[in-house]
Design a protein around this ligand. Structure first.
Ligand code: EPZ
Length: 430
């Protein structure tokens, strides 16, 4: 299995280009199958989750042409099945966006029921509630979600939970329903807005995305489009905190600063200098990080996908910090790994009490999930000595060219798969 080996203690300095947003791109790929016309998607991050979803739509008959590693042309006129089998959803939960897309286009969809995940149970009751409200039947048998409708009829739907996935999935189906749908208590994440904008560029009629009330007027059909995915706010935040934790000076380019406001606010609180430009943000880490408190919340609050990254950084601050995870019930699994590097963190329920330490010491650790894996790389970059991180396949799901981008910032990091390669790296960096 591939690993990262990192020699820490080097401040990250330089510039990094942020890729397209994985969590917008997944839904945008699903939306692309809702028309028989050609759809071109640009600024697509070349990450495992996107490539698996592209394979999933090819599996039901869509044609995918890679113009470049970040631009695909999708032709869904040849889709011959509405059944997406387990192998895809096992790899990525977001295959469930094909439920909303196929139900919207064909009034029928069958997708394997997503399992749990490393960060929590992650039910899909709100997705099902939305589909039923649009007039679809939903049955779960033999691990498959089967949904169908004679026709989808718009409705007034109140989401019991603010859910990114459910908001997007119901928006997909409602785009081609008869009549109007009002979605209340909707998620407001930038990627929800991006999917709505892409659907509107295909002829959909969606208003209010980015607020908690989204109004969708169903249309007869959707046409082709050429669409570019927004920059990834979480990838950007990850590099911003890497700069903070390594006392670095990094210009994070190709971002939308507005999407980063909660992240920037916390970086200022812990003592970083921030310079904001139209499509870039510079982060300068202080010699001594300050402690703070943070609670993860739906957008525009501090993102849960940034929780491991801020916690790892706060582990090196002076004083005591409190990190409260209000979205997922099991998102502190990385704390045990971090403790092996000398961190002092006590988890009580959905709260981590972090007592800052002077430094982390490199160790052999493993990535428990995507964002925690990226956060543990940050710990390795800040640590004294060598860190070897196992299970980096999690990280490759959502970070494009992660080690290349870090190396360009001066980091000593390599992807290895043998002890011999590890030895070579140790000799090379000394
Ligand atoms: C999306 O997951 C993201 N994934 C997650 O990012 C992100 O952490 C999450 O939104 C929150 O921002 C993708 O976009 C592919 P939710 P999603 O539905 O849609 C509960 C990453 O690292 N809930 O907003 O699954 C749920 O249990 C990943 O890129 C229900 O109760 O998240 C959670 O407590 C990790 N019933 C809360 O809502 C439902 O039907 C928010 O989940 C759906 C969700």
């Amino acid at each position: 299995m591939e690993q990262y080996i990192v020699k820490g203690g080097v401040p990250l300095v330089g510039e990094v280009e942020i890729s397209g947003a994985k969590n917008a791109a997944l839904a945008i790929v699903a939306a692309a199958i809702m028309t028989d016309d050609k759809v071109v998607i640009d600024n697509l991050p070349d990450v495992r989750d996107i490539n698996v979803l592209l394979q999933a739509i090819e599996g039901i008959g869509a044609k995918v042409v890679h113009r470049t590693e970040n631009c695909v042309e999708i032709d869904s006129s040849s889709i011959h099945s509405v059944t997406v089998d387990y192998e895809y959803i096992k790899k990525i939960r977001a295959s469930y966006y094909l439920l909303g897309a196929l139900l919207g286009k064909f009034n029928k969809a069958e997708v394997a029921l997503p399992g749990g995940c490393n960060i929590g149970s992650r039910p899909i009751d709100q997705h099902i509630k939305g589909f039923k409200a649009l007039g679809a039947t939903v049955d779960i048998e033999h691990g498959m979600i089967m949904t169908s409708a004679d026709e989808l009829i718009g409705n007034h739907i109140y989401m019991d939970v603010v859910s990114v996935g459910a908001t997007i999935n119901v928006m997909l189906a409602a785009a081609l329903a008869q009549g109007s749908t009002i979605l209340e208590n909707a998620a407001k994440e930038p990627h929800v807005v991006d999917v709505a904008n892409m659907l509107n560029s295909m002829g959909a009629n969606i208003k209010g995305a980015g607020t908690d009330v989204i109004r969708i007027k169903g249309v007869e059909k959707l046409h082709g489009t050429e669409y570019s995915v927004i920059p990834d706010q979480i990838e950007a935040g990850t590099f911003m905190f890497a700069a903070a934790a390594t006392k670095g000076n990094v210009l994070v380019k190709n971002v939308i600063p507005k999407h980063l406001e909660a992240i920037t606010a916390k970086l200022l609180e812990i003592g970083c200098c921030i310079e904001e430009y139209d499509d870039a943000v510079r982060v300068i880490g202080p010699d001594q990080l300050k402690s703070t408190h943070v609670k993860t919340l739906p957008y525009p609050g501090f993102p849960t996908d940034m929780q491991p990254q801020i916690a790892v950084t706060l582990g090196l601050s002076s004083g005591i910090s409190i990190v409260t995870e209000s979205i997922f019930e099991n998102r502190f699994k990385y704390v045990d790994e971090l403790a092996r590097m000398g961190a002092n963190v006590k988890v009580e329920g959905n709260t981590a009490i972090i007592t800052g330490v002077d430094k982390y010491l490199g160790a052999r650790i493993s990535a428990p999930d995507l964002r925690a894996g990226a956060a543990l790389v940050i710990a390795g970059l800040a640590a004294e000595g060598f860190t070897v991180i196992d299970d980096i396949v999690y990280i490759q799901r959502g970070y494009e060219k992660f080690e290349d981008k870090l190396t360009a910032l001066g980091a000593h990091i390599e992807r290895i798969s043998t002890e011999h390669e590890a030895q070579k790296f140790r000799l090379k960096v000394g």
